[in-house]
Design a protein around this ligand. Structure first.
Ligand code: SIN
Length: 520
């Protein structure tokens, strides 16, 4: 046992372990990465703090170009770039889209099964921003659950370390050498030359979100604390249709966009269409457009929610069992009643800056899935492109991390538990919800900055301490990037700058302030 004269937590490193590759997170990107690294012969350790992943809750499906159909990689790239509002990296988009079918085929080889419209032919649906039906799904609207089931099964022999909170990426300034972790035995160090962040999103920056409880910006914070930049972090995507329930907080049910692909329509309390005249694709416009149209209608009418009328959708309960169950819990029969909905924090389009192999600026540190910013999503992610990106880039990052581990020396990490700035979670969530949601302006973002300044140092003694610190660090960079972007673009809407400014068609990369030194 090594005692450290640290300044946080209990200061004791109680256990140590060696690995080639450490994967933090167990959603689609994490498990695709872990399996790929393992299949390359790496000793792979998977850390997970929570039981639930965002992947499990994904409803719509996976956007993928199937061979021998009227769809094409060009068309999928075009739709993705249009949704991304000028900030996608076209080469990254093409690279990921073109590799999609191969990655899905690997997932099928690992046991995933998708819905069929005829024997041997996958059923395809459509969502906002897609010019064609190209979304494969499973269990009706339970695609994520099927993807998670297949990957959990395939990765079972790797042994996921549950209730392990990764507190810090250990590095010497030029390369990664491990991870500082807290579990039931206390602090530990996993010494490893390659670490893959696959920690998901940041929805719990807000009071209500479609994200599972573990989505607290962990990977964003870990990267920032390691000196690695994050890009496009101001682009938080609000899903247009989160189930409305007055006063409900935390994770809220998603009402999948695929319902609108099957004919459901958005109306206000008076029965008027919400999206008529707003965009040529009306209810199937990209989701930033639909979310902003709902927000504008709610401001205009003073209503609390709008309604998704899905009564015309055929075989509703069979096709959308997850939505049916969520509505029933809320006392709504979606086959006879319109569903009350509001926009909800759903997806971080930006994240840790990587290339399409998940490589960050710090050798040995990789990121994949929602936590990463590859250039695929730009200012607004196209629906159902996230499972695709997680699958493709997760696999690539796993292979690359294994390669990196082979060429790197045997690392010896030094850990020094630290204190971090943290703000009370309810205070942070209410400030983010008030000032950094669908609609933003300079004065609100300044008020948010002032609240974030009041964060106080706390030792990282528990999962909650760490999550509050991660939320605080993440909120600060969202606020900084949102203040700097003095225009409206994609899912970043500024009421004081309602136009898109062509001179701001670039990604912004933010680094954290150097961490307050925490000396022995
Ligand atoms: C949905 O089913 O509407 C969500 C899918 C996604 O976020 O890509």
């Amino acid at each position: 046992m090594t005692r450290r004269a640290g300044c946080g937590g209990d200061g004791v490193v109680a256990w140590q372990q060696r690995a080639d590759v450490v994967v933090i997170g167990t959603g689609v990107a994490g498990l695709a990465a872990a399996l790929a690294a393992h299949r390359k012969g790496s000793r792979t350790v998977i850390l997970s703090k929570a039981a639930e992943t965002a992947t499990f809750h994904a409803q719509g499906g996976i956007a993928v170009v199937l061979p021998h159909t009227e769809d094409s990689v060009d068309a999928h790239v075009r739709d993705t770039l249009a949704a991304g509002a000028g900030l996608c990296d076209p080469e990254a988009v093409r690279s990921i889209v073109a590799d999609g079918y191969r990655a899905v085929a690997d997932l099928v080889a690992d046991g995933a099964r998708f819905d069929e419209s005829a024997p041997g032919q996958w059923a395809l649906t459509r969502e906002g921003g897609h010019s064609i039906r190209r979304i494969i799904h499973a269990g009706g609207d339970a695609t994520g659950a099927e993807v998670q089931r297949a990957l959990d099964h395939a990765a079972a022999m790797l042994g996921i370390r549950r209730n392990h909170v990764a507190l810090e990426i250990l590095h010497d300034g030029s390369a990664v050498n491990g991870v500082l972790v807290r579990n039931a035995d206390g602090l530990g160090v996993v010494h490893a030359p390659s670490v893959i962040l696959a920690t998901g999103g940041l929805g719990h920056l807000y009071s209500a979100t479609t994200n599972p409880e573990g989505s607290t910006g962990d990977g964003i914070a870990l990267a920032l604390w390691a000196g690695v930049g994050v890009s496009d972090i101001e682009f938080v995507q609000f899903h247009p249709t989160m189930l409305f329930d007055r006063g409900a907080a935390g994770r809220r049910p998603l009402i999948t966009e695929a319902l609108r692909g099957e004919g459901a329509v958005l109306r206000d309390a008076r029965g008027d269409s919400v999206t008529d005249g707003v965009h040529p694709m009306a209810d199937l416009a990209p989701r930033d457009v639909v979310a902003a149209a709902i927000e504008a209608r709610l401001r205009e009418t003073g209503d609390e929610c709008v309604y998704l009328d899905a009564r015309s959708v055929e075989r509703f309960e069979q096709r959308f069992p997850t939505v049916t169950a969520a509505c029933h819990v809320a006392g709504i029969d979606p086959t006879t009643q319109p569903i009350p909905v509001v926009p909800g924090a759903h997806y971080s389009c930006g994240g840790v800056r990587t290339d399409v192999y998940g490589r960050t600026e710090l050798p040995g540190l990789f990121a994949a899935g929602e936590v990463a910013r590859t250039g695929m999503h730009g200012a607004n992610r196209l629906a159902s492109n996230s499972l695709l990106e997680g699958l493709v880039v997760g696999g690539r990052a796993g292979r690359d991390a294994a390669e990196h581990a082979r060429s790197a020396g045997v690392p010896m990490a030094k850990a020094l538990p630290v204190q971090r700035d943290t703000l009370d979670r309810r205070v942070l969530q209410s400030a983010m919800t008030q000032w950094a949601s669908v609609m933003r302006d300079a004065s609100g973002l300044d008020s948010l900055a002032a609240v974030l300044e009041t964060a106080a140092q706390r030792p990282m003694s528990s999962r909650a301490d760490f999550e509050d610190a991660a939320l605080t660090a993440t909120a600060r960079v969202v606020d900084e990037a949102a203040r700097a972007r003095t225009e409206t673009r994609g899912c970043h809407h500024r009421s004081d700058y309602p136009q898109t400014d062509p001179t701001q068609a670039f990604s912004r990369t933010v680094h954290a302030e150097p961490a307050a030194a925490c000396l022995p």
